[in-house]
Design a protein around this ligand. Structure first.
Ligand SMILES: NC(=O)c1ccc[n+]([C@@H]2O[C@H](COP(=O)([O-])OP(=O)(O)OC[C@H]3O[C@@H](n4cnc5c(N)ncnc54)[C@H](OP(=O)(O)O)[C@@H]3O)[C@@H](O)[C@H]2O)c1
Length: 307
């Protein structure tokens, strides 16, 4: 039998929540991922990541790198646009020159949050903050730069590493008797490892010439408020013998931040399920596993005993 050539996937952003999860996911036989971090390709210099594409000559690209600090983006919009739009655009064009596909991860923040139910892919966009504007600009760059693209909008990503809401709640529970959590922002929490597993599952089909390219939503299946999400996290902490703080509901107006947030971040992932046959679980079944991983990682290592 002739050898089947290895298909190379270049992943930018190896140190983030999604990048970390992609590194710890089993890839199908015949697919070889290469992970690049900020030192390998700084997205504030858009030519750099594009050069890496030419050097590695991969068969597909996943862009997991992004400027994700929503509040800081308000005062660093130029950097946010460089990282979330200019560099991905340059990567998309470099990929198009090699006739290979590119995957870009986008966000619920492209919407204004005023829709009464779940957002679908062709709903009107209208970001309410600089981060959302930069990610929307990234989507536009990707579409213009490479027809073979998959743009996946996700929301409320959490994992045992990096900066995320779940980790903030664990820290808060450790430090305070009472938590005040916003109740009028609703969304679909998404585990980074579920997102990574889905990307790896669809990767082989992306290598086909006629893959169903385009923009899709892919988020956890169940929805909740920030307050409801915190409630589940606190209950799970209590089950593990840790402090459960009082969880007081407040409004967004009572918790002003530099950046506005969409009040409704709920994404319908139906189109992705119909097209690729994948639906993500809800946070209720996933949070316990992520918490266990987080708590295991933060346990002090047992000191070695010497006689
Ligand atoms: N987190 C969420 O709640 C959320 C929600 C919706 C959509 N998304 C999207 O999902 C994707 C993955 O998010 P995530 O939560 O995994 O992000 P993350 O944990 O914040 O990781 C961001 C990654 O981007 C890298 N990065 C940042 N600035 C860079 C630069 N100038 N040059 C090169 N690399 C740079 C970071 O590297 P360093 O480690 O060196 O900083 C890190 O590897 C992003 O596209 C994000 O917009 C996230």
């Amino acid at each position: 039998m002739p050898d089947i050539p290895m298909r190379k996937v270049l992943v930018f952003g190896s140190t983030g929540q999604l990048g970390h999860a992609l590194r710890h996911t089993d890839w199908p036989a015949g697919m070889a991922p290469t992970f690049l971090d900020r030192d390998d390709a700084d997205f504030t210099e858009p030519d750099e990541p594009a050069k890496r594409v030419a050097e590695h000559a991969p068969d597909a690209i996943i862009i997991a790198a992004a400027y994700t600090n929503v509040d800081a983006a308000e005062s660093n919009e130029v950097t946010a646009f460089a990282v979330n739009a200019a560099a991905p655009g340059a990567i998309a064009r470099a990929a198009a020159a090699l006739s290979i596909p590119v995957v870009y991860i986008s966000t619920d923040h492209v919407f204004d949050g005023r829709r009464p139910d779940r957002y679908v892919e062709d709903d009107a966009v209208g970001p309410v903050n600089a981060y959302g504007r930069s990610k929307l600009a990234g989507e536009i760059e990707i579409r213009a730069g490479n027809p073979r693209h998959l743009i996946l909008r996700t929301s409320w990503v959490y994992s045992a590493i990096g900066a995320n809401f779940l980790k903030s709640m664990v820290r808060l529970a450790g430090e305070h008797e009472e938590a005040t959590i916003v109740v009028d922002q609703i969304g679909c929490p998404t585990a980074a490892e579920d997102l990574a597993a889905s990307l790896v599952r669809v990767a082989p089909s992306l290598l086909q010439a006629n893959a169903p390219w385009g923009t899709y939503h892919l988020a956890g299946s169940s929805e909740t408020s920030r307050h409801g999400f915190a409630e589940l996290i606190f209950s799970e902490l209590a089950k593990r013998g840790l402090r459960r703080p009082t969880n007081r509901a407040i409004t967004t107006a009572e918790f002003p931040r530099p950046a506005l947030r969409p009040a409704n971040s709920r994404l319908s992932s139906d189109a992705f399920r119909r097209t690729y046959g994948i639906a993500l679980p809800g946070f209720e079944s996933k949070v316990p596993r992520v918490l266990d991983a987080l708590l295991a990682a933060s346990k002090p290592k047992e000191e070695s005993v010497t006689s």
